[in-house]
Design a protein around this ligand. Structure first.
Ligand SMILES: Nc1nc2c(ncn2[C@@H]2O[C@H](COP(=O)(O)OP(=O)(O)OP(=O)(O)O)[C@@H](O)[C@H]2O)c(=O)[nH]1
Ligand SMILES: [Mg+2]
Length: 313
């Protein structure tokens, strides 16, 4: 049996292999994805994002267990930023999945950026397709909410939970990082800590304007992930959001838009590769550079000339 056949028989070792092929962009990974895509689309994708150490993994842990208790199959992708800029992995006390059911109903995969974020969003989306095609009912994606790549990752989800903590300034920082724009639900975690009520009030003020513009309630759920408090309430809000977007047609609209963006990004990539290859074939490129350097031409004119000569145009 091929690895794909084993994958479609529900073999988790084959799933792990397929994910590695996709993640590393091994030869033939696009063909693999072509096989998986038609079998995907059933899983609900939920993103968890927020500052480093906010308790995202702890919440994902609790939600996975609750879903598994409802006989749901859950795939988890933890995007692990290793760059010092994002800082996530620098925290020594970060949580890993613990006490998970051993019957295969919860599957966890870590994606390390290894200092480079190139293509990470695309790779994460592709891994989600694999988990979806494998038959997981839910795909939970955890990432630290700091940069554009992380926002792109989260944009591949149906519902986005932004996790904040009582530490001062988080709400304002989240605003700056663009997290407010993408949040469907706020989890105010570490509610056992002082300042939780203050931050909740502050957040409510910030959200008032947004709430006026939409029928969605944009809820704030206080959680204590460490004590598994309010997990069910958070899950209930997640389910309610899914129902809401399905009723309003936003679910389907967003997914169609994601497919459109995916096609666009694949094409951009291919055109990029094509242009680089073509440029290598241009015999007199050095001469053109020299002309521009000498002030006899400019990059725009030269690019136009190349485009006219090339079969790309
Ligand atoms: N006091 C308190 N601590 C919590 C709570 N939830 C999580 N923690 C602790 O906060 C620390 C970080 O939790 P994680 O779940 O790893 O947080 P994270 O957001 O996934 O962290 P990164 O992935 O490193 O960004 C751990 O020591 C947790 O035990 C909570 O509700 N209250
Ligand atoms: Mg984490």
């Amino acid at each position: 049996m091929t690895v794909l056949e084993k994958f479609f028989c529900g073999d988790q070792a084959a799933l792990a292999r397929i994910i590695s092929i996709i993640e590393n962009r091994d030869d033939g990974y696009q063909d693999v994805l072509s096989r998986l895509y038609p079998c995907s689309g059933q899983a609900i994708k939920i993103g968890f994002t927020g500052p480093p150490g906010a308790g995202k993994s702890s919440l994902v842990n609790n939600i996975s267990k609750s879903l598994a208790a409802q006989e749901k199959k859950v795939g988890v992708i933890a995007v692990d930023p290793t760059s010092p800029f994002t800082g996530g992995a620098l925290l020594g006390d970060r949580i890993r999945l613990v006490d998970m059911p051993t019957d295969g109903s919860v599957y966890m995969r870590s994606m390390a950026t290894r200092g480079s974020t190139g293509g990470l969003a695309a790779a994460t989306g592709n891994v989600a397709v694999a988990l979806d095609a494998f038959g997981f009912n839910y795909v939970l994606i955890e990432t630290v909410g700091v940069g554009q790549v992380e926002l792109d990752i989260i944009d591949t989800c149906d519902t986005v939970v932004v996790v904040l903590v009582p530490e001062s300034g988080d709400a304002i920082q989240a605003l700056k990082a663009g997290l407010m724009e993408i949040a469907d639900i706020f989890a105010l975690n570490k509610a056992d800590r002082p300042g939780a009520e203050y931050i909740s009030a502050e957040l409510n003020t910030v959200l008032e304007i947004k709430r006026d513009k939409s029928d969605w309630e944009l809820p704030i759920v206080s959680t204590e992930a460490i004590n598994n408090k309010n997990t069910d309430r958070l899950l209930e809000k997640i389910q309610r959001h899914i129902d809401y977007i399905k009723q309003t047609g936003n679910f389907e609209r967003h997914r169609r838009e994601q497919i459109r963006k995916k096609i666009e990004s694949i094409l951009f990539n291919q055109v990029n590769i094509l242009v680089r290859a073509k440029l290598k074939d241009v015999a007199n490129i050095d001469e053109m550079v020299a002309r521009i350097f000498a002030g006899q031409s400019d990059p725009y004119t030269v690019s136009r000339e190349l485009l006219r000569l090339s079969s790309i145009s």
